[in-house]
Design a protein around this ligand. Sequence first.
Ligand SMILES: [Zn+2]
Length: 141
Amino acid sequence: MYWADLTPYRHEEYAAIGTKAIGWLSAKYEFSQGEVSPEFRDLLRFFCSHSIMQMRGFHVCEFCSDPRSEASQEDGLWLGNAETRVFYQEQVYAAPNLIYHYVLKHNYKPPDEFINAVLNGPKPGSKEYENLLKQIPYLDL
Ligand SMILES: [Zn+2]
């Protein structure tokens, strides 16, 4: 499944209005690459360790040598079997938790507005974050 960064996230039944897709990469399409700050990397790991929609879909990394391999593991986190949400200034971003692997292993650099949202938006576990999560329709937490 490929969605270009910042295009509408199309699982309508699980999407808050205007949810934007981030990190739905495919080997068939180019993606932006570059350095990210250690602060962003660490926070992204934190978001991915608070995944939602476990096993609703399964994504494998198309850039690694064996595309049939099961979920990737990074720093003890299993990736590929869930998604994460980032909220900032009325925006909602939906990313596969595999995004952490893309950043670490494939030099993926998400759009600046997403990096900014991860750095400055409410963090998983906070009351503000959990309340925003509850507003996503039909999400079985
Ligand atoms: Zn990979």
